[in-house]
Design a protein around this ligand. Structure first.
Ligand code: FAD
Length: 380
């Protein structure tokens, strides 16, 4: 049996970002079931950070995380983690109330927002269908960030190793049990590890891992989301186009390596799995492109799906399980796990070590009780 100070289950953005912080405080070992880190949700995202998603806690976590993306620690990654890119939120006539409500919420966190009329929308993205039967109004946030998810994941993994920790891939935990104040885990390869703190960052599998450990689950729900990549209009350079999203959850689109990536913003309840896209959602994505833009989809160059896993209140969770000392939840990152990761990792570090809560998070209205698991058990 090998001893560590912190066992982290899950080599996605959640597990790795926290492991990188914990590595300064003791021996950390990250277990990832797949052969590569970021194989599941963290490697399948649209990699955008913006305020057009989630609730106030999520926006606060997003806001706090920006400093890390824009100025990571010296040597964290060989290239920038984030590239500025406008985020354009568009509305048809019926969506105007939703656009107003979204704008008011976003303004609580950013002052880089301004309205865009039809000409303003077309200046940013000339293929949008505007006018009476199309999009009539928009707001643009000039502070959007396109993230480099691979650079983030690799940077965190390097930071773990540089501080003496380990990230072990191809290591699925098959048993977890509490043993005299420690957590003992069995790996499929036959190893056994023990540590006083176990971090459950198992993404869509986090409730299953808790059940394996005899810990009460949070009620997580994985939801599948689909992305397609299509060719842009012939001869068009789309690299400077914005992230475009409808004010209601119907459609988003953004440039991707010279092509356009789009999603019908689907949320299909799913069991934890290696998600693959459904034909209906692929067709819906193509339909939405043609509904909101003048582009005729000729060919789908790539398609994929991933799971976005939500708590019942859609707020990511960090905190010790109330019913299991030493068992720490870092789960339910939903559709914003990348853009909130630096904030969640710092918050989780403070909660694990009993350190002070980041003052910047309090200033943004995010208190520990907003993310602790206790809130999810209040009514039962
Ligand atoms: C299509 C799509 C678009 C998205 N767009 C964005 C976006 O633009 N911006 C944004 O911020 N977020 C976005 N997200 C959300 C984001 O990707 C997730 O919130 C985030 O990746 C969740 O990270 P995680 O580490 O919790 O989960 P994961 O990346 O899934 O990591 C969990 C890991 O735990 C491992 N694991 C599970 N059980 C075990 C076990 N027993 N033993 C060992 N390992 C185990 C799994 O193999 C997995 O690799 C998007 C998601 C999808 C699917």
């Amino acid at each position: 049996m090998t001893a560590a100070d912190f066992i982290v289950v899950g080599g996605g953005i959640a597990g790795l970002s926290l492991a990188a912080r914990l590595a300064a405080h003791g021996r950390v070992v990250v277990f990832e079931a797949e052969e590569a880190i970021g194989y599941h949700s963290s490697g399948r995202s649209a990699t955008f950070a913006h305020y057009g998603i989630g609730n106030r806690t999520v926006r606060g976590l997003t806001s706090y995380s920006r400093a890390f993306f824009q100025a990571p620690p010296e040597g964290f990654a060989p290239a920038p983690l984030a590239k500025p890119s406008p985020a354009l939120f568009v509305a048809s006539e019926e969506m105007l109330p939703a656009l107003d409500a979204l704008t008011a919420e976003m303004k609580l966190f950013t002052d880089t927002i301004e309205p865009a009329d039809e000409a303003g929308m077309l200046a940013l993205c000339p293929i949008l269908k505007t006018g009476q039967s199309g999009l009539v109004s928009a707001v643009v946030d000039h502070g959007g960030l396109r993230l480099d998810s691979d650079a983030l994941l690799q940077g965190y993994a390097r930071a773990v190793r540089a501080a003496g920790g380990e990230t072990l891939t191809g290591r699925r935990l098959t048993a977890v049990r509490s043993a005299a104040g420690d957590w003992e885990v069995q790996v499929a390869s036959g190893e056994t590890w023990i540590a006083p703190v176990l971090v459950n960052a198992a993404g869509a599998w986090a409730d299953g891992l808790a059940e394996m450990a005899g810990v009460r689950p949070l009620g997580l729900q994985p939801k599948r989301r689909t992305i397609i990549v299509v060719d842009p209009p012939a001869g068009t350079d789309v690299r400077a186009w914005p992230f475009v999203k409808t004010a209601v959850d119907e459609f988003y689109m953004l440039p991707e390596a010279g092509r356009l990536m789009a999603s019908p913003v689907d949320e299909i309840d799913c069991e934890p799995c290696d998600a693959s896209p459904d034909d209906y959602d692929i067709a819906l994505a193509a339909y939405r492109i043609e509904q909101y833009t003048s582009l005729a989809v000729q060919r789908i160059a790539h398609r994929w799906a991933g799971l976005r896993t939500f708590t019942p209140d859609r707020v990511p969770t960090a905190g010790f399980a109330p019913d299991a000392p030493g068992f720490f939840w870092l789960a339910g990152q939903g559709g914003y796990g990348l853009q909130t990761a630096p904030a969640m990792a710092e918050a989780a570090e403070a909660l694990i070590l009993g350190g002070s809560w980041p003052a910047g998070l309090s200033g943004l209205g995010v208190a520990p009780d907003a993310v602790r698991p206790e809130r999810l058990f209040k009514n039962s």
